[in-house]
Design a binder for this molecule. Sequence first.
Ligand code: IMP
Ligand code: MG
Length: 192
Amino acid sequence: MPTKKTLSCELADLDEVIIEEAAISQRLKQLGQEISNEYKGRELVVISIINGAIIFTADLIRQIRVPIQLDCIRVSSYRDDTAPVQAPEVIDSIRLDIKGADVLLIDDILDTGNTLSRVSEIIASMAPASLKTCVLLDKKTRRSVEFEADFVGFKIPDEFVVGYGLDFAERYRQLPCIGILKSELQNPPEWV
Ligand code: IMP
Ligand code: MG
């Protein structure tokens, strides 16, 4: 039986770094300011779409200066490859009662729009007072459903990226920057 190759999950697996760690942290300070201004004098419920938004959410909420209640929602929208699955499913919903609350829904990346539009519908059906969305990355040219986020960190080209919470087959989330994964690593047979 062939032995499983050990994967490095290192910066060397990237073709190119498109957003450096320092640029992310600088942009998060600005986003935190924008969000704090928007919700001044109010309390905010932040709902993070996991796993992808874990790292972005953790860093962003520490830049927000209004009180926050945090919850997570787990959705399946991608399998272990780079092709989107059409209908995202909620695997684990939120625990907080968000009726009448101001809600900010956070995801790592807005791609076809299927995930955020579906999760927004589900959250909206729970009768919050308001609902806005925030994404770290926006691949605008890939949209298949009409959807725009209220707060966007960076607009990026149509490339498969990993790092800072974004994964390929649950790997690379720990990279501190965001980069384009080498195409030969996007479907290596030893991962299957
Ligand atoms: P959408 O439903 O097509 O908008 O895709 C959103 C989800 O797909 C995100 O939450 C990510 O988990 C995943 N995704 C989309 N593009 C990428 C990418 O370039 N790298 C890693 N994950 C991605
Ligand atoms: Mg993912």
